[in-house]
Design a protein. Sequence first.
Lengths: 225, 247
Amino acid sequence: MYAYWKAFVVIVSRDAMLAFRRQAELVNPLIFFIMVVTLFPFAFGSDSELLQRITAGMIWITALLASTLSLDSIFRSDFDDGSIEQIVLSRYSLILLVAAKITAHWLLTGLPLIMVAMLIGFILSLPGQTMQALLATLLLGTPVLSLIGAIAVALTVGLRSGGMLLSLLILPLYMPVLIFSMLAVENAMSELPITAELYFLAGILVLSATLAPVATASSLRIRLS
Amino acid sequence: MFTRFNQFASPKHFYDLSARLTPWFTWASILLLLAGLYGGLVLAPADYQQGDSFRIIYIHVPSAWMSLFVYVVMAMAGGIGLIWHVKIADIIARSSASLGASFTFLALATGSLWGKPMWGTWWVWDARLTSELILLFLYLGYIALQSAFDDRRVAARAGAVLALVGLVNIPIIHYSVEWWSTLHQGPTITKFDAPSIHMSMLIPLLLMALAFKSYFISVLLIRARSEILEYECNSTWVEELISNRSF
């Protein structure tokens, strides 16, 4: 049991170390996130009442796009330098190691994204209850994005049209997360309870945490066969 | 039993079998289509609220049913191909995809044509319309993934994983969208005890559904045959088949 845990931690810390050595890859999605948020007032006008209403939605859509763009990095460098083959050949279960890689990816891109989102929400003075709902949905939702995204990355990494194809594959699968998150935020805005939506998001998170690593592992095996 | 199954699943056997089956399904679909259209467009009375424009359901509802049915067929066939390495299952999954996408598109297009006089707009963000649209996206993603690989075996297996992931997601997408907004008229046929649709309208609809099903099977068989020839183009039986053929 301890050996499995150790293998998990080794992969997470390896990915963290690699990411910190290439800090641009860590920071770029966050800059992209802030830039896209800046685009919205240009498109919708600077009417603060309207912006107040769409802020949570625009943060969520931007987070979806930013996580789509950063997903490729889960397996890209391992695929390029061949270390993914070592991971597949390792004597530990591939499912466990894949779960470790997804965890590392979420810690390195999802978590900073949530912090920046909170900062933006604070600057744009979202009301407290909306902020809480946004934080809760992001905490439950962004791991799902990494989990589902990992399957599609494993299927498309290294292909010629990989990036575009990746977005085509995952955006439809992201829609339920977006729907439940926005329902929760809307309820919070009108000061209604949001527990039901959060339970649904938690359910989706548990479902994808159990199934996505299995699907990702078998996709990797297919790609390397 | 397993040897029989293996024999059935061998591409050559399937090629011969499908050649014999195709005309049956083609004729069945033509006859059912004629009967269903006659019953639906001529015999069935006009709806007391919607007038004659309700008659589009004879295309709309069967294609909406088929859109889901074909996805399930595609994912199941993909799963069988993934687990037992059955080549025919891979071929069936691959050939179903664009058929399913066409049915989904047809359901969306007819729904939109019906929506203009009924709701006064081509498109509303109604739950069932939206989940049908997302289903179309799932099909298009599958097709895009298939065409991204040069190796057919890898393409088939990667597509199978995607189709299975989609299959798990379809109910979640459906209910989340349902919860998000609904404006579509409630189901009129799945209420088994007392369908709120009259028999004279229901029977043509069921005939049309059967016609669509046989149409799907016959086109699937034709597509699968040409896929088999491409897949097996290096095997001796295909070479014999082609060299024996007089052009």
